[in-house]
Design a protein around this ligand. Structure first.
Ligand code: ADP
Ligand code: MG
Length: 322
């Protein structure tokens, strides 16, 4: 089967579905319509780096779109279109069918239309670009201010726990495995936060690393050095992880990554809206600490002492850095 036949097969999973798509897969370019601003995001998943070689093709399809929709959610955008650049070791029909099925399942959930891409031969890697309508101003990382309350959606650490269990060649807890393989992008929450949050980002590298990115951007935004105080006992924890020691759990929650939950900051006056947003989105939103005008991130143990964390989040090229 040639490249063209693979494209036809992919296309069969993505019928034209949006009024604001004028031209989708099949020509030299796609033509889309936007009345206002568009937000554009992209992410690459590489075999052996972002996923195990044994991953099911449908799960890979889902996740390659999910990580992009999570970025759109963090910006407060409404997802609309995607492009798929697929590099495959060989023309594996069954793989492409399953991959497309998983991708299409999530795309349908958010009315996302796949409007193009590229198909090449090489080591397995997937790059997705997603675009969304930005209804009003974007939700940026740079707006956090001292005194703002720090929140996260859902639970932290379950995906990392499943990943660690797989590395040990053991069977992970089923729910934790679903968090790793099929993360649910928090699109509705992002849309609701646009009018309320001072800053937001999605958690992909682990809270410990990602919060530094938010504080750095917000320090630039406010022209003052910002820090944060995090209460470790308030980190939301999946039931499967309650048997771990505190240190093991905190370590996974801060440094594991792959959570795809939203981290956001709320000023005092926005707190009263929380019960309604939790009800509307069906998500638990946990206050984990506050932004401070004292530089650095401090992790407070339940006994009131500081916890010195052993390491930071995942960073590509880090081991090669001098
Ligand atoms: P060109 O050579 O003009 O770049 P291609 O032959 O690569 O075009 O692609 C033909 C059409 O198929 C284009 O509309 C392109 O966007 C689409 N396409 C190619 N690969 C994919 C893919 N993996 N997913 C979705 N659309 C694809
Ligand atoms: Mg062309």
């Amino acid at each position: 089967m040639a490249e063209f036949d693979l494209i036809v097969q992919i296309q069969s999973y993505f019928p034209h579905s949006r009024d604001d798509t004028h031209l989708g897969i099949g020509d030299d370019g796609a033509v889309i319509q936007s009345a206002g601003a568009l937000t554009v995001v992209t992410d690459t998943l590489v075999e052996g780096v972002h996923f195990f070689p044994t991953v099911a093709a449908a799960d890979l399809g889902w996740k390659s779109l999910a990580v992009n929709l999570s970025d759109l959610a963090a910006m407060g955008a409404q997802p609309a279109w995607a492009l798929l650049n697929l590099t495959l070791p060989r023309d594996d029909v069954e793989f492409v069918a399953e991959f497309s099925r998983g991708f299409a399942e999530l795309a349908q959930q958010f009315a996302v239309e796949l409007v193009g891409g590229d198909t090449t031969q090489g080591p397995l890697s997937v790059t997705v670009t997603a675009m969304g309508h930005q209804p009003s101003h974007p939700l940026c990382r740079s707006g956090a201010r001292p005194g703002d309350h720090l929140f996260v959606s859902g639970e932290l650490g379950a995906a990392a726990w499943a990943c660690q269990t797989l590395y040990r060649e053991q069977t992970p807890d089923h729910k934790a495995l679903v968090c790793l393989l099929k993360p649910q992008p928090r699109v509705e929450l992002g849309l609701r936060l646009v009018a309320l949050a001072t800053a937001a980002m999605d958690l992909s590298d682990g809270l410990g690393a990602d919060i530094k990115h938010m504080l750095k951007a917000s320090s630039r935004g406010s022209r003052q050095t910002l820090g944060a105080d995090i209460q470790l006992q308030q980190l939301p924890t999946a039931a499967a992880m309650t048997n771990l020691s505190d240190e093991q759990r905190w370590s996974l929650q801060l440094h594991g990554g792959d959570d795809y939950e939203l981290l956001f900051t709320l000023p005092e006056e926005a707190l009263q809206q929380l019960p309604l947003i939790q009800q509307e989105t069906g998500l638990t939103l946990s206050c984990i600490g506050r932004v401070s005008d004292q530089a650095g991130v401090r992790y407070w143990r339940p006994d009131g002492h500081l916890w010195t964390t052993p390491k930071t989040g995942y960073e590509h090229f880090k081991e090669n850095a001098s």
